[in-house]
Design a protein around this ligand. Structure first.
Ligand code: NAD
Length: 294
């Protein structure tokens, strides 16, 4: 039976850890916030006093932390966690962070002969609870083969995006496109409605025409068009605007490093920052509809 150290038990980490316990793995868990660990102890997890304590005897280390500086702060440096991990232990870094940060951790891990994958996820809290996350993985293909059973206990789709950092690149590209298509959908719906169309009729026409996209299929931003979409429940739940702002910022950071021009991504970043400043950070990202009057 594999011993897993799971560090970072927030909205995503806690349900992911719960699914690993359900699959029969032994878990030592750590979070800076004691109460984050409490819910997992009755499920069989061992709560620990520090990240160093958690990785003791682990075959696999998983981290699910908020942002790049948390990940670099945890793993790197003379006192960093990598120095306390036995060579050969598998490190699965699942947070959404800058590709450049992921590559830094990969490099330090490789120097210590620690196999590592960057493996950000898509699917949100719902996917984490249901065990249906998508993992976008960067690193060696043979390391991914070893990690597959662990990912499968938490997710449904596992993609090998490429070499070190490629998982993070795939994640920011996907989320940049998601923001752009959501904004475009909201803008077109508002235009149609202002010119006399019923939003349901227009949505169906566009869904089945060349403008068809994921938002029109499952996540319509106009309230009342889709019974199960966040728009219909006051934009509650779903994928928060604050997290979209974070991911768009990472896409902009990646574009700066590679020298790419990303006019749509940078406009999307501005519009989502505007929503954040207007107090919509804790609403689903389809709340961008409100910028176009409905
Ligand atoms: P969260 O803020 O709910 O949880 C992060 C946890 O990490 C917190 O409990 C915090 O106390 C803990 N933590 C921070 N630094 C730590 C340290 N040094 N040692 C131990 N614990 C530490 O965040 P979340 O929503 O669970 O997201 C985690 C990651 O997943 C982020 O990178 C996020 O962008 C990404 N993500 C989130 C979602 C989502 O819908 N929430 C979806 C996909 C990806």
């Amino acid at each position: 039976m594999k011993q897993i150290a799971f560090i970072g038990l927030g909205h995503m980490g806690a349900p992911m850890a719960a699914n690993l316990l359900k699959a029969g793995y032994l878990l030592r868990v750590f979070d800076l916030v004691q109460s984050a660990m409490d819910g997992l102890v009755p499920l069989g997890a061992n709560a620990t006093r520090s990240a160093h304590d958690a990785v003791d005897g682990a075959d696999v280390v998983i981290t699910m932390l908020p942002a790049s500086h948390h990940v670099e702060g945890l793993y790197l440096g003379e006192e960093g966690l990598l120095r306390h991990i036995t060579p050969g232990t598998l490190v699965l870094e699942c947070s959404t962070i800058a590709p450049a940060s992921a590559r830094k951790v990969h490099k330090a891990a490789a120097e210590l002969r620690i196999p590592m994958l960057d493996a950000p996820v898509s699917g949100g809290v719902g996917g984490a609870i249901a065990g249906t996350l998508t993992f976008m993985v960067g690193g060696d293909a043979d390391v991914l083969e070893q990690a597959k059973p662990v990912f499968s206990a938490m997710g449904r789709n596992i993609f090998h995006a490429g070499s070190d950092g490629a998982g993070q690149v795939a994640k920011v590209c996907n989320n940049q496109l998601l923001a752009v298509l959501m904004i475009g959908t909201a803008e077109s719906l508002a235009l149609g409605v202002a010119n006399g169309l019923d939003p349901r009729v227009l949505s169906e026409i566009m869904r089945r025409s060349s403008g068809g996209n994921w938002a029109l299929e499952v996540y319509n931003p106009w309230p009342g068009v889709m019974e199960n979409a966040p728009a219909t429940r006051g934009y509650e739940g779903g994928f928060l605007t604050a997290l979209m702002v974070k991911d768009l910022g990472l896409a902009q950071e990646a574009a700066l490093v590679s020298g790419n021009s990303t006019p749509m991504g940078s406009l999307a970043t501005s519009l989502y920052r505007l929503l954040l400043r207007q107090g919509f950070g804790d609403k689903d990202f389809s709340v961008v509809q409100k910028l176009f009057d409905h």
